[in-house]
Design a protein around this ligand. Sequence first.
Ligand SMILES: NC(=O)c1ccc[n+]([C@@H]2O[C@H](COP(=O)([O-])OP(=O)(O)OC[C@H]3O[C@@H](n4cnc5c(N)ncnc54)[C@H](O)[C@@H]3O)[C@@H](O)[C@H]2O)c1
Length: 253
Amino acid sequence: MLQGKKGIVLGVANKRSIAWAIAKKAADAGASVALTYQDERLLEKVKPLADELPAALLLRCDVSQPEQMDQLFRELEQSFGKLDFLVHALAFAKREELEGEYLQTSPEGFEVALRISAYSLTDLARRAAPLMKDGGSIVTLSYLGGERVIPHYNVMGVAKAALESSVRYLASDLGPRNIRVNTISAGPIRTLAAAGISGFSSMLDVVAERSFLKRNVTVEEVGDTAVFLLSDLSRGMTGELLHVDCGYHATGM
Ligand SMILES: NC(=O)c1ccc[n+]([C@@H]2O[C@H](COP(=O)([O-])OP(=O)(O)OC[C@H]3O[C@@H](n4cnc5c(N)ncnc54)[C@H](O)[C@@H]3O)[C@@H](O)[C@H]2O)c1
């Protein structure tokens, strides 16, 4: 489905990362995939994963560091020459902002969460677009907490709302270049980032009990949806938000 396509996946921290499931599925579908790692601390986890993919590039990128972003896209241009897709599967909020009341959010906590979790998509899209010479597909990861109040998700919910809105504005700006931008809103999955949300286990329990499919979603299911959005099968879709959450978003009671 992705034969001959070249893409970058940002957000692999370890083998549980949603980004890793997407990277593996994309490589299985025939794509050449570049992975990034945030810092040296994560390199030892990400390197063995990158080694599992055929001819994968492994590049450093902390999205809050403009010079690392410049370097990333220089290296991508040199190695790949062009880009067909970009997957943004990263987010960050200070741990203290993910407990208690949203009311208590600090200005710094707000700024960091929005900068890393939402603005980074816009920054990446602007840098990737010139390399998407034959059109392209950009996919980001969101959560229901951007649309509804989920206990303790707090400022990350506000960041996801900004991210989802950014997807629509980016889809409008990039549509004339045949670059599509879409969101996957995934159900809760036990990952490193999820471990920072207080009461995360009860989020899993509620979905398993109340979702239409009566279970939690898997990273593989999110990965398959991402491959669809990255492929030409979804060529008529942009500015869209797809829930991959066993139907939980549509439940009333
Ligand atoms: N796990 C869930 O329940 C769930 C549900 C819906 C959406 N999501 C979203 O999926 C995405 C991936 O998260 P995950 O659950 O796989 O967790 P994860 O911890 O595996 O991935 C989060 C990634 O963000 C990266 N990151 C944080 N700050 C960064 C920075 N400054 N520069 C570069 N990278 C940075 C981390 O290095 C890590 O690789 C996030 O956007 C998350 O909000 C997760």
